[in-house]
Ligand binder design. Structure first.
Ligand SMILES: [Mg+2]
Length: 303
């Protein structure tokens, strides 16, 4: 009842999609008369995207601490699912703690570790060249791959691409040559940019991958959102059924489309104003809940 009352108070600020009844697959436990907000509250795990959702660069997002604290106090498991391919899960957890959010490395599913895990699952242990951070190379080695230097003359079995701030023409030429000689092209994520401070567009892994793809005339395979792998790894943290989990994120094409494909409930932090939220439901069918930002979810949860 409390949720219903609060829904009435804040209903102008978010949009709940029409209920889909009778879904029995993927563990969804929704009853005929259960509202989406009741199910969101009853879900046993909440997964949050990070940049643009929980924080903006180095600043914690309004409402993030409150939403996470409220969910944890209610016994919900909170984890973070991120296409970040430059930092390790431990580094990301340390950043979150610095922002005032309780987090350990095991609460973070990042593309940094995910891309090596995905490659290992699909192809076994590989000899790889990695374009990316030290953390990416360490994660690939920890996943059982042999990581060789960019200038290694022997052709690797795979080229793995993460966010590489030292990417340059010479490295591009090396990797293109290796792929043309038969190396697979495996990338952490397809994101071409992410929003930076002051409205800046920060180039991301996908922009580097696009350069390689253009030169070799072939497509990469991706480990990150919206592909299913990181969502699957998040579910495996607690053995949860996808239908009892909520994916929250700001990027509709990755967080929401990917979360829905994985069978999760989805909450889109749209950044839209109040009137646009109300009119966006039909054009964004994969979002079970559309809000402006995290404080709306906090209200929805009774905060
Ligand atoms: Mg985001």
């Amino acid at each position: 009842m409390r949720i219903a009352a609060l829904f009435a108070v804040v209903r102008g600020f978010f949009c709940v999609k029409p209920s889909v009844e009778g879904e029995g697959g993927n563990g969804r436990l929704r009853s005929k008369n259960e509202t989406v907000e009741e199910l969101l509250w009853r879900a046993n795990a909440w997964f949050f995207d990070l940049d643009g959702s929980i924080h903006f660069g180095d600043a914690v997002a309004p409402g993030a601490r409150e939403v996470v604290a409220r969910l944890r106090a209610a016994g919900k498991r909170v984890a973070y699912v991120t296409n970040n391919s430059r930092h390790s899960a431990a580094e990301i957890a340390a950043k979150l703690r610095g922002l005032g959010l309780a987090a350990e490395a095991e609460d973070v599913v990042a593309a940094t570790e995910g891309v090596g895990r995905y490659a290992r699952e699909r192809y076994g242990s590989l000899r790889v060249k990695a374009a990316g951070s030290d953390a990416l190379r360490a994660a690939l080695a920890a996943a059982g791959h042999e990581v060789v230097g960019i200038d290694d003359e022997a052709c690797p079995e795979a080229v793995v691409v993460g966010l590489d701030r030292a990417f340059a023409y010479a490295k591009l030429a090396r990797l293109v040559r290796d792929i043309k000689r038969g190396a697979k092209l495996i990338a952490a994520n397809a994101d071409r940019s992410h929003p930076g401070s002051g409205g800046a567009s920060v180039p991301e892994t996908g922009a580097l991958v696009a350069a390689i793809e253009a030169a070799v005339g072939a497509r990469a395979e991706f480990a990150g959102k919206p592909e299913p792998h990181l969502f699957r790894y998040a579910l495996e943290l607690g053995g949860w059924q996808a239908g009892n989990c909520v994916m929250v994120g700001d990027n509709y094409g990755t967080d929401i489309v990917g979360g829905k494909r994985a069978g999760m409930l989805t909450a889109w932090l749209s950044g839209l104003d109040e009137s646009a939220v109300a009119s966006s439901a039909s054009s964004h069918p994969d979002a079970d809940l559309i809000v402006r930002h995290l404080p709306d979810i906090h209200h929805l949860l009774g905060g």
